[in-house]
Structures are given as C-alpha cells and as structure tokens.
Write a protein of this length. Structure first.
Lengths: 286, 290
C-alpha cells in the first residue's frame, strides 16, 4: 500500500516537471506571436524605445495601426483575391483529381498505368526546377500571365499528382466495385454512378485533400509572385511582401498588417482544428 | 466496364485532370531541359542552340557552389535539430500529460502561416526585440542585430526554420508514438531494460517509419527553402545567406541568364532527388514490424 503511494508521488513530480518543461518550450514557441500582438497596438516611438514594454506601461495604446495597415495593404481586395484563387483551385483540383483517379482505378489499360507512374515520378520534381520554363511558356509564348485563371489553372496542375495519388489509394481500398455494378444494373450512366454513388463515398479523403491543398494555395508565394504583377490581383502573401517593402520602417503598421494576415487562418484553425490536424497527419503518412 | 464507352469515359473523367497536369508540370519540365541547351535571355524571340555551354557556366558560377555549400550546411543543421526537438516533444506529449491536444495544436500553428509572413515576424524579433533585450541587459550576444552578421544571420535562418517545421514533425511523431504497443515496452521493462536501452533497442526501431517520413519531409523542404530566406534575410548581409533556390531565382529573373539558371535548377533537383532517395532507402531498411 505504501509502495503505491510513493510511486504515485514520484510519478506526480515527474509529471509536473515534464509539464513545466513543456510550458516553457511552448511559451518560447509562441514568443514571436506575442511580440507581434503587443507591438501592433503600440505607436512607433514606443516600439523603438522598447518593443518589450507591456501594454499597460505605455500611453499610446491604439488601433490606429490596424486602420492604417488595413487601408494601405488594400486588405479587403487582397483577401478577396486569395479567397477566389484558393477556393476555385481547391474545388477544381479535388473534382478533377477524383475523376482522374477513378478512371485510373477502374480502367486497367496502358494509359492508366503510364499516367499513374508519370504522376508518382513527377512528385519529386521541386517547383524551382519548373518555374523558369513555366514563365517562359506562359509569359512568352502564350502571354497569359497576370490573370487569376492562369494562377488557378497552375495551382490545379501542380497539386494534381499528389491529389490523384491520394484518391487512388483511397479508391483502391475503400470503394467496392459491387456498388457500382448495382448502379449500372439500375440504369445509371458512368457519370451518374460517379457523381451520385462514388464521389459521396470519398468524403474522408476529400476533406483531407481540401485542407492540404487549400492551406498550400492560400500561403503560396513563389508561384503567384511569378504569375501576378498587377496590383489589383495580388493575393495576401504578395501584398504583404509589397507592403513590407514600402513601410518597413513603420513597425507598428507592419505588425498590424502581419497580424491581419494571420487572423483569418487562426480563426479557421480554431474552428476546424481537429480536421486540419488529422488531415495533415493522414496526408504525410501516406 | 464496357470497352465500347472507354473513349468517352477517358474524355470525361481522365482528360481534364491529365491536361492540367501535363500542361503545368510535364511540358515545362521537358521544355526546361531544352532551355538549358540554349542561350535564351528571357526577352528575345530567338534562342540559339549552344550545347552544354550553360553547364560549363554552372561549373564556373562560384556563387552557385557557395550557395549550394551553404544550403548543405543549412540542411544538416535543420534536419537534425528539427527531428531531435520534434521527437522529444512528441515523446513528452504522449506521456499522458493534460492538455496534450492543446499543445499539439499550438506547436503546429507556424505551419499554417506562409513563410513570407513568418520571416517578417522573426525579422522584427531579431532586429528589434533581441537588440532591445541586449541593450537593457548588456548581453553581448544580442547587442547588434543578428541579421547583420553573416554567421548569426545563418543561425537565425536555422532557428526560424526549426521553429516553423518542428510543429509538423511533432504531429507525425505523436501519431507514431500512439501506434507503439504498450505490451512490448512493458515486456522490456519486466526483462530489466533501462530507459536508454528501451529507447535504443525498442522505441527507435519501431518508430523508424515515422522517422523515414519526417526525414524525407524535412530534407526536401530544407533544400528548397525560399520564402523564409527571402523575407528574413533576402541574402543579406552581402549575399552571404543566399541559399541555392534563391540563387537560381536571382540568376534567372534578375541576371536574366535563363539557360544557366535552369541548368542550376536541374543540378539542384538531381542532387536533392539523389539525397532524399538515398535517405528513404537507408531508413526504410531499418524499419521493423512489432
């Protein structure tokens, strides 16, 4: 009986120590975010005096920085651009990849096998190995850069291989062909079978792929920076970049601008936390 | 399915996705290989065939090799530190601590935010916050901004990348630890295995599949670092922190040497592919089933 109590206290002490260590690491981890939040509410002179000073020790606490950043970054417009590009590209790649993967799984011919091997092999090509010819083709020969549609099309193409690979794995393991045969007997066409029977069954993998792709599209910088130069079309990362270039000395405004970029994702993360984490793990472990 | 409708099926189901993929990935990739054999400058209409001259240019481009060497150093530091930290934190998180999900979600936050924004946040921390700490405490390490000293700017890049990547790896390692069977560990304890022996002989081999994934992800991400590099240091001071991916970009779009730039991009791609392939081969060999 005494044995267990001693073991119990020891375990409690170890647990408390681990907890303390974890909390210290965690605070260090959150430190940059805390700094941004604190300083986004301060005026420039207070930041230069000490970025560390806490809010209650200074007088000039204000939301002016947010107003300034909001208008100067043209936040609403950039946000709208990011939203249009992310949503359209995500919907497009999810739909097209699911259909392509379905074709590959259900038609065992040479086109399927060549397509699939090509896609798997292409997954190791980094974007940097493609960006120069990409600009050369779409900017020089076709001259269709600076359109939202071009960016959406490229996002779709770049995430196609990975998405098809994931859908392929899921279709192979989880969708029994008997279900489709029953649909055909009942008189469904191939398209009806796919959209009414198969596509709804793909829901788990669809949510994983939507999360992974949407995050990647929303945060991407290099590809949009090559495609879009027109100020009206800039996505959030791009407008942050040009905003920072112009106002880099105005710390308060910059911090407010950075925070504005982060807030929409954080809100989404709070709502969908479980799905996002599960999606990311599922995506990596594949 | 009936082979009669095969052609129609192909057009409706496979063609749209396949077209996007071919037009954006495969065609530019092949065209890129062709570009390395020309002297195109990005503007003019005509491209002259120059054979392997661009690859000679790559060999002569000393800046490229120094940026590649720097990238190697960076990759080694980042891959080791990220995986050690993530492994340790994931282990702590699976000890039945309260609020495990909260911590896990918190550590993952940097991954949700683009590299550009992260780089700017840290630029402020390094050039303002740390300097102010140095001023008030007199610590020599923080007296001047880290970003103005080549060695410290490199360290700053490593720190930010570790901070950014480890949350993701924590998720994967946590998933790995949760999959470990308690029976095996208990059996080892009964047989008298100490903590370290258990880690070395039982936990590590069983965690190898997570290690394979994490090493692969960190390797490929670290080799291609660009966003954070651009927003944190932009190669400053004096181009001493310019990584290979950034050098390729500069070569092509700033110096307008598209042929050489593309050749360097291909060299970088081949090196990365070989190293990651070797890593996957080596760590996969060590994977065992419980």
């Amino acid at each position: 009986m005494t044995q267990t109590t001693i073991g119990g206290t020891r375990k409690k002490v170890i647990n408390a120590l681990m907890m303390a260590g974890l909390i210290i690491v965690f605070i260090a981890y959150m430190f940059p975010f805390i700094m941004v939040i604190i300083n986004s509410l301060k005026q420039k002179r207070d930041i230069i005096k000490s970025p560390f000073s806490w809010l209650f020790t200074i007088k000039g606490l204000s939301f002016d920085n947010f107003v300034k950043a909001f208008t100067q970054m043209d936040f609403l417009n950039a946000f709208k651009n990011s939203l249009i590009v992310t949503v359209s590209a995500t919907v497009l790649v999810t739909l097209l990849a699911a259909m392509l993967a379905y074709y590959i799984v259900r038609h065992k011919n040479w086109i399927s096998s060549v397509t699939f091997s090509l896609m798997v092999a292409s997954m190791i090509i980094p974007f940097q190995a493609i960006m120069i010819p990409l600009v050369s083709i779409y900017g020089g020969t076709l001259n269709i850069l600076n359109h939202r549609l071009t960016l959406i099309f490229m996002h779709t193409g770049f995430s196609m291989a990975m998405s098809v690979f994931m859908f392929h794995g899921f279709l192979n393991g989880n969708i029994p062909i008997a279900l489709e045969e029953a649909a055909y007997i009942d008189g469904c066409t191939h398209s009806q079978t796919f959209f009414r029977i198969v596509f709804p069954l793909l829901k788990p993998i669809i949510s994983t792929m939507v999360i992974l792709n949407a995050l990647a599209f929303w945060n991407d910088f290099l590809l949009p920076s090559l495609v879009l130069t027109d100020k009206k079309l800039l996505t959030l990362p791009l407008s942050t970049y040009s905003f920072y270039g112009t106002y880099s000395a105005d710390y308060g405004t910059i911090m407010a601008g950075l925070l504005l970029c982060v807030i929409p994702i954080l809100i989404l993360y709070m709502v969908l936390q479980k799905q996002i984490i599960n999606g990311v793990v599922a995506g990596a472990v594949k | 399915m009936k082979s009669k409708s095969n052609g129609k099926d192909f057009c409706t189901f496979a063609l749209p996705g396949l077209f996007c993929f071919l037009a954006v990935v495969i065609v530019p990739f092949l065209y890129g290989v062709y570009l390395t054999l020309t002297d195109w400058n990005g503007v003019s209409r005509d491209k002259n065939f120059v054979g392997l001259k661009n690859f000679v240019g790559v060999i002569k481009d000393t800046q490229f090799w120094s940026s590649l060497l720097l990238t190697f150093r960076y990759v080694i530091f980042v891959v080791i530190i990220v995986n050690v930290i993530a492994f340790a934190i994931a282990w702590l998180l699976t000890r039945g601590i309260k609020g495990q999900n909260f911590f896990r979600a918190g550590f993952f936050t940097p991954n949700l935010i683009g590299g550009i924004v992260l780089g700017y946040i840290w630029q402020f921390v390094f050039s303002r916050v740390f300097v102010s700490i140095g001023d008030s405490t007199g610590w020599g390490a923080f007296e001047a901004s880290w970003l103005s000293d080549p060695g410290k700017a490199f360290a700053a890049l490593v720190i930010v990348s570790v901070w950014q990547l480890s949350g993701y790896m924590i998720l994967i390692y946590v998933a790995g630890f949760m999959g470990l069977s308690e029976d095996v560990l208990e059996a080892a304890s009964i047989d008298g295995a100490s903590g370290f022996i258990k880690l070395k002989n039982i936990i590590m081999p069983l965690m190898m599949s997570s290690v394979t994934i994490c090493l692969f992800l960190t390797l490929s991400r670290a080799f291609m670092v660009y966003d954070v590099n651009l927003s944190l240091t932009a190669g400053a001071p004096y181009g001493t922190t310019e990584m290979a991916a950034m050098h390729v970009y500069e070569k092509a779009f700033t110096s307008r040497q598209f042929g050489v730039g593309q050749a360097e991009a291909l060299v970088l791609f081949i090196i990365t592919a070989c190293i990651s392939g070797l890593q996957v081969y080596l760590t996969k060999k060590k994977e065992v089933e419980a």
